[in-house]
Design a protein around this ligand. Structure first.
Ligand SMILES: [Zn+2]
Length: 316
């Protein structure tokens, strides 16, 4: 999540028959906690040095994410997966994957699933000899969940609408990757439906719902997700409204540009994690069982979002 000032001391869509095989519906599909853990640990490892935009470390993360797309049948949307940011002086890339929709008509409509994979890198003052802000919760966790969503759709290819999977860079520098991409895509004149951005999803909340949406009152997305995925999958959080988190992550430039329902989904509630932008934001503090369950719980809702012929999600 972009620097926060002053705050811190899914119904079954079983119609995508696969060639010569079984249909793996989202409810039958098993998200692998082993893979979740592996991806999270890699992205948040010291070897990546906190994934600062423009660093050698983030370059390694980009290559890793690109390989996941390649290995799981997700195409590049542009000529390569790497989309070079034109609004920064340093070398930086979003990593953009694409899965065309299967329905002749609905494939003209686009849904974006995204997460920022950059973080703040090394900090000036080491804590206990550690100067690497690994960014496990922020946002190796959200990026990891997005890799699992991409693997699911890459395997099943049951999405009637087209999907863009985007790992954003430059988020911590002021949503640079998402402003860049929102501008760049304007010339394509795409028909947008919705955007869901995965942000800080490594630690469960002590609340009666699994996750929350930022800017929840701006659309009915939360209610519709709960209808698709079961009650209390997403909730509302008063404090996120107070801090206007809706405007603090990569959903915001797409809302501004295209006026579509575009939210971040998160489980960071200001009480459950004290190492925001801190060297102790490390993989070992993440709850990978929670992360795995969160993806599994959201998949039926994402299925409906990408395939339900009725566009039920609307701005309020
Ligand atoms: Zn952040």
């Amino acid at each position: 999540m972009k620097k926060l000032y002053c705050i811190l001391p899914f119904l079954l869509v079983a119609c995508g028959a696969k060639k010569g095989g079984d249909v793996t519906t989202s409810q039958a599909y098993e998200v692998s906690q082993t893979e979740v853990t592996k991806t999270l640990e890699f992205l948040a490892s010291d070897a990546l040095e906190g994934r600062a935009t423009g660093s050698v470390g983030i370059e390694k993360a980009a290559t890793y994410l690109e390989t996941i797309f390649k290995d799981h049948g997700i195409q590049p949307y542009f000529s390569t997966y790497k989309d070079t940011l034109t609004n920064l002086n340093q070398k930086a890339y979003n990593v953009v994957g694409y899965l065309p929709g299967t329905d002749a008509k609905l494939k003209e409509e686009f849904v974006i699933f995204s997460a920022h994979y950059d973080h703040i890198g090394r900090v000036k003052e080491a804590v206990d000899g550690d100067d690497i802000a690994n960014g496990a919760n922020d946002n190796a966790a959200g990026s990891t969940l997005l890799t699992e969503v991409a693997k699911y759709y890459g395997k099943n290819k049951n999405n009637k609408r087209s999907i863009l999977f985007v790992f954003f860079s430059g988020e911590e520098l002021g949503l640079k990757g998402s402003y860049h991409l929102a501008d760049k895509l304007e010339s394509k004149h795409l028909k947008w439906y919705t955007m869901l951005n995965f942000e800080m999803l490594g630690v469960p909340m002590n609340r009666p719902f699994q996750v929350y949406l930022t800017g929840a009152n701006r659309s009915n997305m939360g209610d519709v997700i709960n209808k698709y995925a079961g009650e209390n999958t997403v909730g509302k959080l008063a404090i996120e409204m107070q801090y206007r988190l809706f405007m603090q992550s990569d959903n915001y430039p797409f809302f501004l540009k295209y006026n579509i329902p575009a939210h971040s989904v998160s489980s960071f509630d200001f009480e459950n994690f004290k190492f925001y932008h801190h060297v102790k934001d490390e993989a070992k503090l993440m709850n990978t069982e929670f992360m795995t369950k969160t993806v599994a719980r959201l998949l039926p809702a994402l299925d409906q979002m990408v395939s339900n012929p009725v566009k039920e999600i609307k701005l309020n």
